[in-house]
Design a protein around this ligand. Structure first.
Ligand SMILES: Nc1ncnc2c1ncn2[C@@H]1O[C@H](COP(=O)(O)OP(=O)(O)OP(=O)(O)O)[C@@H](O)[C@H]1O
Ligand SMILES: [Mg+2]
Length: 276
């Protein structure tokens, strides 16, 4: 018998309130991901990719979104969890990296303190000294040179790529079993994009973290992911192993996405092409 998946999403719906009633952004999405694997979620702007990510993180209070269907994570029914139970899981078992590191980071807080918050919140028994040591180690793990000095820097003193490394350090600090990365490299230039993607893959592999990579870039997804879910208008139009879906797309929409990509025909990540 196959082991039960780390996460399974069944018939997920996300509705946003509007003046004219609810708007359905995610309309019956189902997929699952096993421990330690990498799943890509692709689709055009507005197809509901981020809405799925927010739902998985329980980050729907602010938008007042209404969720339906099921989300089962590590055997738990997530849609019946209390807010405090969600807060315990978030940042600990499930973490998320967003596109814009500058918006994720607090501009007036030293980066070491920001990473340290994860420990202060989830591991209150840790001493200040232990937290600082853990932060230093994390900065080194994510490839920040001269971490002993950088730990006291403010976000604006770092490059965009370094800031995203800091965000990744905070996200992986507690070795979550699931990391959701929503367009994590879109704001970065192409050479840095490749480095950050490689870093995330390496870290996830090392600590057995499953990765959901939300992207509009099919080249990136075909390079990084084992399986892919293609979304359009809130619906999954195609899903399966990356090689099957991207090399032999069954759905007209996936064919259009494939033809629209900059490196069309190369079959590999084209880091020389201008990504949108
Ligand atoms: N907070 C919100 N309130 C109302 N509608 C929203 C909200 N967030 C998203 N939507 C709508 O839900 C739909 C899906 O949006 P979502 O951001 O999930 O798409 P996406 O695939 O992540 O797009 P992108 O590639 O541009 O990031 C869109 O029609 C969007 O306008
Ligand atoms: Mg989005």
């Amino acid at each position: 018998m196959a082991a039960s998946p780390l996460l399974s999403v069944g018939n997920l719906t996300v509705d946003y309130p509007s003046r004219t009633g609810l708007i359905r952004a995610v309309d019956g999405v189902s997929f699952s991901i096993s421990a330690g694997s990498v799943l890509g979620v692709v689709g055009e702007s507005g197809s509901g990719k981020s809405s799925v990510g927010f739902a998985l993180m329980g980050l729907t209070d602010a938008s007042k979104a209404v969720l339906g269907g099921t989300i089962t994570f590590e055997g738990r029914d997530m849609l019946t969890l209390s807010r405090s139970a969600w807060r315990q899981l978030r940042g600990d078992r499930i973490a998320m990296v967003f596109q814009d590191a500058m918006a994720t980071l607090n501009p007036v807080m030293r980066i070491g303190d920001q990473i340290g918050e994860v420990f202060r919140w989830h591991r209150p028994e840790m001493s200040r000294r232990a937290i600082r040591a853990a932060c230093l180690e994390l900065l080194e793990r994510v490839g920040i040179k001269d971490a002993g000095r950088r730990i006291d820097s403010y976000p604006h003193q770092l490059s965009g790529g370094m800031r995203q490394r800091v965000v990744i350090a905070a996200a992986i600090a507690l070795k979550p079993s699931l990391l959701i990365a929503d367009e994590p490299t879109t704001a970065l230039d192409v050479t840095v994009q490749a480095q950050i993607l490689e870093l995330m893959q390496t870290l996830c592999r090392e600590q057995g973290t499953a990765l959901i990579l939300v992207s509009h870039d099919l080249d990136v997804v075909s390079d990084v992911c084992r399986d892919v879910v293609v979304m359009k208008d809130g619906v999954v139009v195609e899903a399966g192993p990356v090689d099957d879906v991207l090399m032999n797309p069954q759905h007209a929409y996936t064919q259009i996405l494939l033809k629209a990509r900059p490196g069309f025909g190369s079959g590999h990540m084209n880091t020389g092409a201008p990504h949108g």
